[in-house]
Design a binder for this molecule. Structure first.
Ligand SMILES: Cc1ncc(COP(=O)(O)O)c(C=O)c1O
Length: 391
């Protein structure tokens, strides 16, 4: 934790009186675990996104795991995904004894490249599915992924952890594949502290996920305590998980959902400000400008030959100026686990590696003030000037 009171944190949730009052209402209700609030959050989320089923869970990681399990992914199966993502996307494949097959990214968007995915599908026809990730909220090329899904008859699971609530051609990101999973982690575009939501139009998969998210019990706990049937009656149909969302979290989520469109407008304005203020700097490559973007992350890249400092020193200088900076992502294929288990080499995914070596993330969240935004851009300019290579 940085104790400098002027320090601008990298991320901060936007929470108001509405969320406070909602939590107090739940605390006073006498029901803290999964109950009426979760049911309402799910039905509100399903109608917001226009999907048949929305299932609240305690994290997007749990949601991705449940979704893969419900589509029958198991030991020895292979799923193509990006190395340029958070570890959750690939670790859930391992939870099931299946193996991730990495493919390189499109360097303009940081997103999994459909062309690279198809190369993997052609090499190995036993691959069972694809998990594209809308990195930072930038929409993946879903048209191409849907074509690959049809052509190779495989599962398409969207990791939509970053991308709520953005629409592309009239459909929400996360709602185009067989299932999609949103994250409500504390730094995400809407939050419940910890939490996630699975959406799917596949009723059978939804039923399976709903049973498996709570121990493999065939009736939900809340139902058990409120329905007319004897409260003690339930059957265990499989060795399930403990992935349910508590009502306290759902009550925050319901308020955040009402504000989601307003939050998005504010993040868009910040992105516009960064484009305007930083667009002419020759030592930075800004992210691709795109209207349908959730702007969960704003990820510029340094242009190495214009600077005497590398990315790490550039970031260090910004942090010393009081700006919270992060890096998304350290590629999975250079992490010890994946390197050792699958023998990945850094150069296996050259665009992923190149992006990682140059990228950094600037703060972008609704509560940033104009004064803070001015400080951020002036600190970036100052840092560039300090390290500018003299020609
Ligand atoms: C791309 C991606 N997928 C999945 C997750 C997992 O989200 P959660 O923390 O809700 O499990 C994250 C979390 O940061 C993420 O960035």
């Amino acid at each position: 934790m940085n104790l400098n009171t002027d320090f601008i944190p990298f991320a901060k949730p936007s929470l108001g009186k509405e969320e406070e009052e909602a939590v107090i209402r739940v605390l006073r209700s006498g029901w803290l675990t999964t109950g009426a609030e979760v049911k309402k959050f799910e039905s509100e989320f399903a109608s917001y996104t226009g999907t048949a089923n929305a299932l609240a869970v305690n994290s997007a990681t749990s949601g991705l795991h449940l979704a893969l399990e419900s589509f029958g992914i198991g030991p020895g199966d292979k799923i193509v995904t990006s190395s340029y993502t958070f570890t959750s996307t690939a670790e859930v494949i391992r939870y099931l004894g299946a193996d991730p097959v990495f493919a390189d990214i499109n360097p303009e968007t940081f997103n999994l490249s459909p062309l690279e995915v198809e190369k993997q599908l052609q090499k190995d026809p036993s691959i069972k599915g694809i998990i594209p990730v809308h990195i930072g909220g930038h929409p993946c090329d879903m048209e191409s992924f849907l074509e690959l899904k049809e052509k190779y008859k495989i599962m398409l699971l969207e990791d939509a952890a970053h991308s709520f609530p953005v629409k592309l051609n009239g459909k929400f990101l996360g709602c185009m594949g067989d299932a999609g999973v949103f994250s409500f982690y504390a730094t995400k575009t809407i939050t419940t502290g910890e939490g996630g939501m699975i959406v799917t139009n596949n009723n059978e998969a939804a039923k399976r996920m709903s049973v498996m998210r709570l121990h493999g019990i065939d009736r939900e706990a809340w139902d058990r305590y409120t329905s007319e049937k004897p409260a003690w009656q339930y059957s265990i149909v499989d060795a399930g998980f403990k992935y349910n969302m508590p009502d306290t979290a759902a009550s925050i989520g319901r308020e955040q959902l009402k504000k989601a469109a307003m939050f998005l407008e504010k993040r868009k304005k910040i992105a516009d400000f960064y484009f305007k203020e930083l667009g002419d700097l020759d030592f930075l490559k800004l992210p691709e400008q795109q209207d349908n973007h959730a702007w969960h992350l704003f990820m510029p890249r340094i242009i190495a030959d214009k600077l005497t400092a590398g990315r790490d020193e550039f970031i260090e200088n910004l942090i010393n100026l009081g700006i919270g900076i992060s890096v998304h992502y350290i590629p999975l294929h250079i992490m010890p686990y994946y390197k050792n288990k699958y023998g990945c080499k850094p150069e296996d995914f050259p665009e992923t590696l190149k992006a990682y070596n140059a990228v950094f993330s600037l703060p972008i969240y609704p509560d940033l003030t104009e004064e803070q935004l001015e400080r951020i851009v002036s600190s970036v300019k100052k840092t560039g000037l300090r390290f500018r290579r003299k020609i």
